[in-house]
Design a protein around this ligand. Structure first.
Ligand code: THU
Length: 136
């Protein structure tokens, strides 16, 4: 697969796709909708929204859906990520989703924030990864 490096990131497109995804969320219990969209090394956009459940702990975060879309579509790795709530505000990923996003991001991947894009790697310093499994 051809990998895109140093490509212009379509931030406006990602922001509007993330908002569109938040409108699709199934969040009747928390009433807190979340939408996520990301641009990948294959040049594709992948998406997700949160899906809650009457058994609250079963809830899927928007980022879980996004990673599932990425892997199912064989879309490569994440280059740029946007996560927003239903009101259109940036939503900072929960701890579990930081771990998920990192495993599928490029080393220099970016995530949008109120003060502009930041490195995804900064979301979870010292995170657990596959290399550490080898030292067990
Ligand atoms: N949520 C996400 O979708 N992503 C996050 O990173 C934080 C939380 C969802 C889960 C739940 O449906 C709602 O937001 C309230 O926690």
């Amino acid at each position: 697969m051809t990998e895109l490096v140093g490509t212009e990131i379509p931030w406006d497109h990602l922001r509007s796709e993330a908002r569109r995804m938040a409108d699709r969320a199934y969040a009747p219990y928390s009433d807190f909708s979340v939408g996520a969209a990301a641009f990948t090394t294959s040049g594709r956009t992948v998406r997700g929204c949160n899906v809650e459940n009457a058994s609250y702990g079963v809830t899927l975060c928007a980022e879980c859906g996004l990673i599932s879309d990425l892997v199912a579509e064989g879309a490569g790795r994440l280059l740029a990520i946007v996560v927003v709530s239903g009101s259109g505000e940036h939503c900072t990923p929960c701890g579990r989703c930081r771990q998920l996003l990192l495993e599928h991001s490029t080393e220099s991947a970016l995530i949008d924030s109120p003060d502009g894009p930041h490195e995804v790697a900064d979301l979870l310093p010292g995170h657990f990864d596959a290399e550490r499994l080898e030292s067990g």
